[in-house]
Design a protein around this ligand. Structure first.
Ligand SMILES: CSC[C@H]1O[C@@H](n2cnc3c(O)ncnc32)[C@H](O)[C@@H]1O
Ligand SMILES: [Zn+2]
Length: 440
């Protein structure tokens, strides 16, 4: 069998079927796709072979909700509840600083962090999304780019009409790029009017693209909606025709049994962001009940200003641990399910599961190698257990997207790390100077 690249490892976790571990196998890659998974002894000679002793190979991680450029606000405002964090700190800082250069430099810092941490695909929601798409494609990352809509004027757009027209133009520019999936991204029920949501529904149907939205993040959001609209946010969105299989509902910490059933019936994907929710004390997404009802639950970090990292290993472990802690059931979200949430379920939420999310013949060769040789992941009884409960993102040594290497032996190949970190420090100086009236 002809192939361009052969990867050999003592453990391969394909994610499909759930929990499977292949021992001493090889992955063959041809034209950027997975051509075969077979025992090493049966692997044919390849033009290029990489032997990865002590490593586990698995699908690249899918971060199903982030705001990449917000890495430049990492640590700017901590230990605050959502409304105060947004209204008193983040939105004013965005008003002062966010422009195309900010989006480019922040997205580049995020891309660097994500590649190093084994993320190969991310769903983003931020202003100046062209910049994020350009950074992602030149870094070699896959991205679902959110076409933001919010009833607040910003440097990106004056009003909902302009958000929509700029978003549609962006969609036209990027929709045929093999690494980019455009999605419409209304910010949240409390920040987008009924009229705008109706237009969004119409446009999403016309363009045949999915929706990415923060929904039911805090109890305050529910109270405010009951006060202003007489119904809970999800019911309002349902009334407007937005609750369907193309909806990626982010956070969902406040859910009734009926709302969980509605999500299951309509095929909504939920994106659980456990660390952001814990830090903001927003609440906890009822993952076990959602999964039991048949809802697809993916994982996201949220932005680095509320998390404060883009570490999907941390997110997997936190998701597994809080599911157990909140349910009193140690069997809740076992390791295999946590990994599935961070890979295949993310791919499903983004409408990309025919192409990514698991190591299956014919899918794109988006995969990562993790070195389990560190003392903290020895000895290896079960590589899946080590990945979720013991490993850190620093153990990711290799990353490929569509067969292209982005990280080799911990060296990022597609980005200038020194320049990106230098620009982030320059933004820190600028932001700090403006926030302290010129004093630092
Ligand atoms: C309209 S672009 C995205 C918008 O969302 C803000 N944001 C970041 N994290 C959160 C969150 O957890 N809940 C609500 N809004 C969030 C970000 O600052 C941008 O303004
Ligand atoms: Zn968010």
């Amino acid at each position: 069998m002809d192939c361009d690249l052969c990867l050999k490892a003592p453990w391969i976790i394909p994610v499909e079927p759930r929990g499977q571990v292949l021992y001493d196998h090889a992955v063959l890659i041809r034209d950027g796709r997975i051509a075969a998974l077979l025992p090493q002894a049966a692997a044919p000679a390849a033009a290029h072979t990489i032997d990865l002793p002590g490593h586990v190979l698995l699908p690249g991680l899918v971060n199903a909700h982030t705001h990449a450029a917000m890495t430049l606000f990492r640590g700017l405002a901590d230990d605050l509840p959502l409304a105060q964090w947004l209204n008193e700190h983040i939105w004013p800082a965005e008003g002062r600083h966010v422009n195309g250069d900010f989006a480019r430099d922040g997205s580049a810092l995020a891309a660097l962090e994500m590649i190093r941490g084994g993320t190969t695909c991310f769903a983003d929601m931020y202003f100046f999304a062209d910049e994020t798409a350009r950074v992602a494609t030149s870094a070699g990352l896959r991205a679902a780019i959110g076409l933001v809509v919010i009833d607040v004027p910003t440097a990106w757009a004056r009003d909902p009409e302009e958000y929509l027209s700029r978003g549609i133009a962006l969609c036209d520019r990027w929709r045929h790029d093999p690494l980019i999936t455009p999605m419409l991204a209304p910010h949240a029920p409390y920040s987008v009017s009924d009229d705008t949501l109706t237009q969004i529904r119409v446009r999403a149907d016309e363009l045949d693209i999915a929706l990415h939205m923060h929904i039911h993040e805090t109890a305050g959001e529910i109270t405010q909606s009951l006060h202003s609209h007489g119904v809970r946010p999800l019911a309002r969105l349902d009334r407007l025709g937005l609750v369907h299989a193309n909806l990626m509902a982010v956070h969902m910490t406040q859910l009734t049994t009926d709302e969980i059933a509605l999500c299951a019936e309509r095929g909504v994907s939920v994106v659980h962001c456990p660390e952001s929710n814990l830090k903001i004390a927003a609440g906890i997404c009822p993952v076990t009940a959602l999964t039991r009802a048949g809802v697809n639950v993916a994982l996201g970090t949220d932005g680095a200003a509320s998390n404060n990292d883009l570490d999907m290993f941390g997110e997997m472990r936190t998701a597994a641990l809080i599911a157990k802690g909140t349910s009193g059931d140690a069997t809740a979200v076992p390791a295999a399910v946590a990994l599935e949430m961070a890979t295949l379920n993310g791919a499903r939420a983004l409408g990309l599961c025919d192409d990514i999310g698991s190591l299956v013949v014919g899918k794109s060769a988006d995969l990562i190698a993790v070195d389990l040789g560190a003392p903290s992941t020895q000895p290896v009884y079960d590589p899946l257990s080590q990945l979720i409960y013991a490993a850190s993102r620093d153990q990711v040594t290799h990353v490929w997207v569509a067969g292209r290497p982005l990280l080799r032996d911990r060296q990022v190949l597609t980005l200038d790390e020194t320049a990106i970190i230098g620009r982030a420090a320059a933004w820190r100086d600028k932001i700090r100077a403006s926030d302290h009236g010129g004093l630092s």
